[in-house]
Structure formats: structure tokens, C-alpha cells
Design a protein around this ligand. Structure first.
Ligand SMILES: [Zn+2]
Length: 225
């Protein structure tokens, strides 16, 4: 795993649950190894249901609760929500500023996020969701170069949010992985975390058998320093 203990990881996810699918086992493993893992969920998940009778506002509250429950299973203490509207996320200067603000506040050594390069194949529609594409690029734009450069969003300096160096990005769901994490020992935690997202699960048994067939999580690690 990572060379030194006590690295700070920030996992940024377009919706509640994406991060638990992509790297739930790795988050549990990193925490057990002594690292700190925090989560930032960009959209409110308010369109993530086909059920009639659940309005977006209620779903937003439900999904925040589900995400906090999933985080607790993995040992993640801090979950932040940006509250962007589900399905309407755009990689704007405003979003990049919010991301830079969060990253300069949390000061992670490593940011984990969707691999922007892998989202443009459109062969597996749920992966290429527009919010995923927009968030993946916005996160990259925020970590390089904005977060470490004082000329980006100079108004943040007045809030004592100074440039911060993110050492690495671990892109999850990558096209060309260069890091494989064995999560067999953390499979139970990953499954339990995923099952916390009750509003999203039609068939829990199908989900469990699908996840059990994936004993490794993959990443493309990119060094920024
Ligand atoms: Zn998603």
C-alpha cells in the first residue's frame, strides 16, 4: 500500500454511492493501515430514484443519511456534501472554486476521483453519466493547477485558504490501471457499505454476488509533484 502511514486521502464522488462501488474496500484498508480518509459528495443525489412518490428533497435527505451510514461502516468520520443538483452538475469556475476551497481546507495528500479519461467510451451508460464526466474534469482542474497556485481564486487567500500541494491523484474506475488493491479482507465492509444505500438497491443479492466477483479495486495513480 502507501509507503508512509498517516497520509490524508480525500475521495471525491459525483453522487452518494459511486465512491463505495469504486473504492469501498480500499477506503477501509487505508483506514486500517492508519491513514485518514474523508469524503466529499458533489451532487445531492436528488434524481437517483425511479420510484413514484419520492420527491427530490426527501431523496436528498435519505441519500445523505445513507452515505453517512456507509462511511461509518468503512471507518470514515467526515463526509462533506457540496449539494449541487443531481444531473445538473457543470464544470464551471464556480464549482472549481468550491472544490479548491474544500481541498485547501481539508489539505489531503491524495485525492481520489473518477478517471476522466475512462468516462468517454459510453459503453456502460451508468459510468459515463454526465455528472461523472463533469465532476471528474472539475476535480482534475482543481487539483492541477488551481489548488496549488495562489493566482487562482485570490479571494480565498483572505480566508486563509493558501495554496496546497496534492501529491497524487488516484483515479478510480480507470481505463489503464497502474495500481491494484486486493480487497478480499475488506469485502464484508464494502458490501455492508453498499447495502447502506437502500434507496438505490433493487436486488441486494444480485449486488452482493456482483461485488464478490471483484476482489480487487483498480486505480490509475498520477503524481502531481
Ligand atoms: Zn453516480
Amino acid at each position: 500500500m502507501y509507503n508512509t502511514n498517516m497520509k490524508r486521502f480525500l475521495v471525491i464522488s459525483p453522487h452518494p454511492d459511486d465512491l463505495d462501488f469504486a473504492c469501498g474496500g480500499t477506503m477501509a484498508k487505508l483506514i486500517q493501515e492508519g491513514n485518514k480518509v474523508e469524503q466529499l459528495i458533489v451532487s445531492d443525489g436528488s434524481k437517483g430514484s425511479h420510484a413514484i412518490g419520492i420527491d427530490g428533497k426527501r431523496l436528498k435527505t435519505i441519500r445523505q443519511k445513507e452515505q453517512r451510514a456507509a462511511a461509518k461502516v468503512l471507518g470514515v468520520k467526515n463526509v462533506y456534501f457540496l449539494g449541487e443538483i443531481d444531473g445538473e452538475v457543470e464544470n464551471t469556475k464556480k464549482l472549481r472554486k468550491k472544490l479548491v476551497e474544500m481541498i485547501r481546507t481539508i489539505k489531503p495528500d491524495v485525492v481520489m476521483s473518477f478517471d476522466p479519461g475512462a468516462l468517454h467510451r459510453f459503453d456502460f451508460p451508468p459510468r459515463s453519466h454526465r455528472d461523472h464526466r463533469q465532476v471528474a474534469e472539475a476535480v482534475f482542474d482543481a487539483v492541477y493547477p488551481a489548488v496549488g497556485n495562489r493566482s487562482f481564486f485570490p479571494e480565498l487567500l483572505k480566508k486563509k485558504l493558501f495554496p496546497h500541494t496534492v501529491e497524487e491523484v488516484w483515479f478510480f474506475a480507470p481505463e489503464k490501471p497502474n495500481k491494484l488493491v486486493d480487497i478480499k479482507k475488506f469485502m464484508d465492509k464494502k458490501i455492508k457499505a453498499l447495502l447502506s444505500h437502500k434507496s438505490q438497491i433493487k436486488d441486494p443479492n444480485a449486488l452482493i454476488s456482483r461485488i464478490q466477483k471483484m476482489p480487487r479495486e483498480t486505480f490509475r495513480v498520477v503524481k502531481l509533484t
